[in-house]
Design a protein around this ligand. Sequence first.
Ligand code: HEM
Length: 169
Amino acid sequence: MVGTAERTASGGSYNCGLPAPPISERVQIAALASDMAGEKKVFGFEEVASHNVTKDCWIIIAGKVYDVTPFMDEHPGGDEVLLAVTGKDATNDFEDIGHSESAREMMDKYHIGEIDASTIPVKRTHVTPQQVPGNQDKGADALIKILQFLVPILILGLAFAIRQYTKSE
Ligand code: HEM
């Protein structure tokens, strides 16, 4: 799905008789047009996440949706990193790099809308499975305690027996 302005631009129906501009320019025109109209689209997370290939790549940074497709080849950090952050909130990844001011200014070109925050899946936190107190564990514990007590006694007994045996000889 694309924004209204983008739909018009990417539809190929340029009725002025001129050939359509390259896709990167079309995205910029679309972004500009929707900016001017003051209407940025609100996208659902699933929709944004579905644009996850080199030729169609959308990312989410700080609640905003960026179509970085025309930027894939130009990104100094490479296209793999951009692809790797599709389908998630890339804010931390973006900030961790420490992008420059000029990088941040560049972002406006690719801004196509906002993300509907309520559609972002909640982060799953790892919950350590509760240990169910089972009889098996209790039994193992008891056996270890018994062995801890018995083994030294057995060793002592054995030593004593050997001593008695060698003495009597
Ligand atoms: C629209 C979004 C983005 C734009 C416009 C952008 C732009 C840039 C620019 C201009 C640079 C050169 C260094 C600088 O000026 O800071 C850069 C480097 C880099 N970017 Fe991005 N970037 C974007 C998103 C991301 C994301 C989401 C990641 C994910 C981790 C990322 C990872 C990197 C990496 C690894 C470098 C190389 C840093 C280095 O070699 O020092 N970028 N980016």
